[in-house]
Ligand binder design. Structure first.
Ligand code: AMP
Ligand code: MG
Length: 359
């Protein structure tokens, strides 16, 4: 299949007439059951008509994604929510007022209009209203309901720029809309409103603390940061080893000086055995490392920058063909919780904890 690439420079009301026409045509592709990848404020989405079971089947096929892993339905207007969500509790309205449009996905009971192909067989539906102007206009032109997982091949890091979407989806889908790099870089926060108290199933830019600020009590799926909880995660997709780089990733936690010494020693050993070694570093410690490829996530003090850069660096390591990767560890509070959740999943939960004061 020939994949058409559309470049959109404009934002909001500043779309040029040609850009608006191109978005209208992409919307027509969605209405006819085709697939369109598009930018959002989190990562690029791979969109199809959420109310058309055939479109959802095509999304799974294009990604190579297991079909029990439900898709998020994207809408552009509040009044469209009731067609897909059967019951909308007051808590959902409060969260929508606080965080929509934006990087928050809510789980609600589904209506009959949403095919099981879209929800992976579940009676609940995940809904989000993105803030990215290109996404919003495309959703409106496409009929109002766009099912979209991240636009990567299953098992690859989510794409934060159109270049990565082309790598994974070129030749597999009808259209790719290139709208520049994602502002946030990590997937949306998912909160389940069908349980009481509401529960975070996937951490993201909207933190548990921010949700609790609106709702009072909000719990956290215990499988999010722990490999040993012995439970299945409640968001079906969270059980898969997403975001997997090709090299074996290990996270190293401890005092800065001990972390750099440990990583340098093990990198030297690995390299002696023929490995090509990559290090995921913060700006502060960057000069300390000796390894084949050392990449900076930015300053440890700027978690937003770290979130934005993470997936691009994981992809760069794939391109560089590194076979072993070591990463610094981050605090799991605030946005750090989402960063650590993605890192731990990419690492298959391989974490080395160095003692502060070894005997
Ligand atoms: P992605 O589209 O790649 O951001 O992944 C979507 C995530 O949302 C996956 O982890 C899904 O398991 C999760 N999800 C979607 N729908 C539901 C639902 N109805 N209940 C629980 N989790 C869901
Ligand atoms: Mg994904």
């Amino acid at each position: 299949m020939d994949t058409k690439i559309i470049r959109i420079e404009g934002q909001g009301e500043t779309f040029s007439m040609e850009e608006d026409r191109a978005l209208r045509e992409a919307g027509e592709v969605l209405r006819r059951g085709g697939l369109v990848a598009f930018p959002t404020e989190t990562v690029y989405g791979l969109g199809g008509n959420a109310l058309n079971p055939e479109s959802s089947r095509k999304i799974y096929a294009a990604k190579g994604r297991p079909s029990d892993n439900p898709l998020i339905v994207h809408i552009a207007r509040m009044e469209d929510l009731a067609r897909v969500a059967g019951q909308i509790p007051e808590a959902a309205m409060e969260l929508a007022r606080a965080f929509w449009p934006g990087p928050l996905t809510m789980i609600l009971p589904k209506t009959q209009e949403v095919p099981y192909e879209t929800t992976g067989g579940l009676d609940t539906v995940a809904v989000r209203m993105p803030s990215h102007p290109v996404a919003r206009r495309l959703i409106s032109y496409g009929g109002g309901y766009v099912a979209a997982p991240s636009a990567n091949l299953s098992g690859r890091p989510s794409p934060t720029s159109a270049r990565y979407v082309k790598e994974d989806m070129g030749g597999r889908i009808d259209v790719i809309i290139d709208g520049g790099d994602g502002e946030i870089g990590l997937e949306s926060t998912i909160v389940d409103l069908t349980v009481s108290p509401p529960q975070v199933l996937r951490p993201g830019y909207v933190t548990r603390e921010m949700l609790a600020g609106v709702l009072g009590q909000v719990s956290m799926d215990q499988t999010i940061l722990r490999a040993d909880s012995g439970q299945a995660p409640r968001a079906p997709g969270m059980k898969y080893r997403h975001y997997a780089p090709k090299g074996e990733l290990t996270i190293v936690s401890g005092q800065a000086g001990r972390v750099t010494a440990y990583i340098n020693a093990i990198a030297a050993e690995d390299e002696a055995r023929g490995h090509r070694v990559g290090v995921i570093a913060t700006e502060e410690l960057l000069p300390e490392y000796r390894a084949d490829v050392v990449c900076s996530l930015g300053s440890r003090r700027d978690e937003e920058e770290i979130a934005r850069r993470l997936y691009g660096i994981l992809r760069r390591f794939d391109d560089e063909k590194v076979t072993r990767i070591y990463s610094e560890c981050f605090d799991d509070t605030g946005l750090g919780q989402a960063i650590m959740n993605r890192l731990l999943k990419a690492a298959g939960h391989r974490l080395v904890v160095l003692e502060d004061n070894p005997k």
